[in-house]
Design a protein around this ligand. Sequence first.
Ligand SMILES: Cc1ncc(COP(=O)(O)O)c(C=O)c1O
Length: 307
Amino acid sequence: MGELSSTKVLMNGRFVDWNDANVHVTTHAFLYGTGVFDGIRGYYNKERKQMFIVRLGDHVKRLLTNMRLLRLNLNITADELTKEIIELVRLNDFREDVYIRPAIYFGPGSVGLNPAGHGTEYLVFATPFGKYLDTENGISACVSSWRRITDGMLPPRGKIMGAYVNSVLAKQEAVAGGYDEAILLTKDNFVCEGSGENIFLVRDGQLITPPVYADILEGITRASIIKLAGDLKYEVIERLIGRTELCIADEVFFCGTGAEVTPVTSINGRLINNGKIGPITKELHDKYFKIVRGNESRYLDWLTPIY
Ligand SMILES: Cc1ncc(COP(=O)(O)O)c(C=O)c1O
């Protein structure tokens, strides 16, 4: 696996080589998707020779809280897991942007749906990671023919492994159709989110985003954007968004750990803002990237320096 083979992975509290970081075929999470995970980014600031992990405490908290949904029970505190994640990044001595993936899941055992007899396992891996979507030029999106799963069916707020098949179906369909990303609607046809990112619309200078009860993932970047926009004196409204508002919005953008702040310049072939990145999106985008690289003193408490 080239360079990655020398990377260490954390498995159940032990650092193992990348090539030895395997799970057993009877792992309940492999058979049924019964685990929770999170996605975290670290940004390397070359001038300061420093790695900043973004909102690490919030990601760890969300991950540990989500265990409750699946009745997972791991004997680890937020402090302990946080320290282990920091140690993993340090140990691998990454000097470029990274993506960090912790997961907590039901481990090996006998076949059967009840995971009660399966132990709870956890792992964290980190890998160099550049752009997930084109944050600089903007992307095309389509409204997916797949509907978002609902809270009473398979809770999207849980970041449950198996729930991501819903996102994969939408992403595959979008890419097969020549689009960069999918926008999923809720079962009631309101705008929900992208396959792996939250969505914001700009209308008449106001930011609008679906509320947490609209079957979205409660995104940490979404919370950052809401705070940032408020600090910049924009009004942010959390409300249900009709599908046709996508056609008349002044600006649309996605946000997420992977997606960062990604302008959407067309939806189903209809240009947004004449296909150009809108001014409010641009302002938030630029500010976001300054913040995550540690170049905005006001938001330094969002960052955990590693070295
Ligand atoms: C479905 C979905 N929505 C939104 C997000 C954005 O969440 P966050 O900003 O916490 O990364 C993600 C994950 O990145 C996601 O998988």
